[in-house]
Design a protein around this ligand. Structure first.
Ligand SMILES: Nc1ncnc2c1ncn2[C@@H]1O[C@H](COP(=O)(O)OP(=O)(O)OP(=O)(O)O)[C@@H](O)[C@H]1O
Ligand SMILES: [Mg+2]
Length: 232
């Protein structure tokens, strides 16, 4: 059971956020620029510290743990803007995603084959420098690198940003495949329609607060969501 409860009181960026997710779920986090989506993900992965409240993962409290330990417990983040190492090859970027596992002497070869199976284009470009990949390929590599950590929960920060519609379709169909493989997904998106196509539920953030949460069908019909994010 993957459970994430967050109560961040007093923090100027996120306030009294309360959310939870069950194992195997895909949850969408929607919200305008500056609403706190990235900060929320960073708080879960231990890069930002909540001033109060707690975060639990599989019943275990993680909000005081260092980021690397949170990764090892099974939470992996694919950051906004991809953050690849541009002068390193595709395969080197992937191996950095498995850094902690390699240090423990774990075999990651099988996982590498799995991500190549998900993203055949990355295998074709294994030796190519990451910085020379197309935008879509870079996003694929960023997701693949996050998967190399062997997560139970994968957090994706705006995977569709700056990509052509066809590439976005491709990325989202892979996200669905990753979830079908048993990985829970927390999906931050401004593209609400795409996000709610794969997610079963969503949370809408506004100025660091959850202003709305519901199942996908209800959110897609909601006036506020339509107005703000669906151009309705
Ligand atoms: N390190 C920081 N120091 C101070 N303020 C910050 C910091 N990081 C973020 N903020 C502020 O917190 C708010 C939320 O930022 P955040 O990046 O979480 O938003 P977001 O929803 O991810 O936005 P976007 O859609 O543009 O990515 C913004 O007002 C931002 O300026
Ligand atoms: Mg952001």
């Amino acid at each position: 059971m993957v459970m994430v409860d967050i109560f961040l009181g007093e923090s100027s960026i996120l306030q009294e956020i309360s959310m939870e997710m069950a194992e195997g779920e895909v949850i969408a986090i929607l919200g305008a620029n500056g609403s706190g989506k990235t900060t929320l993900l960073k708080t879960i992965s231990g890069l930002c510290r909540p001033r109060s409240g707690e975060i639990r993962f599989n019943e275990r409290r993680i909000d005081r743990l260092p980021p690397e330990q949170i990764v090892r417990l099974g939470i992996s983040q694919c950051p906004e803007g991809r953050r690849l190492f541009p002068y390193m090859s595709v395969v080197e970027n992937l191996q950095l995603g498995a850094y902690w596992r390699l240090r423990k002497g774990e075999k990651v070869r099988e996982d590498q084959e799995k991500v190549y199976h998900l993203f055949p284009r990355l295998k074709e470009r294994e030796k190519q420098m990451a910085g020379t990949l197309s935008g879509g390929e870079q996003q694929m590599l960023a997701i693949a690198r996050a998967l190399m950590a062997g997560p139970k929960l994968l957090m994706l920060d705006e995977p569709s940003l700056g990509l052509a519609p066809l590439v976005v379709q491709e990325i989202f169909s892979t996200i669905r495949q990753i979830n079908q493989g048993g990985v829970s997904i927390l999906l931050v998106e401004q593209n609400a329609v795409m996000a709610l196509n794969v997610a079963s539920r969503g949370y809408v953030l506004e100025m660091g607060r959850v202003v709305l949460t519901d199942h996908r069908e209800t959110l897609l019909k909601d006036e506020r969501v339509r107005h703000a994010y669906l151009g309705g």
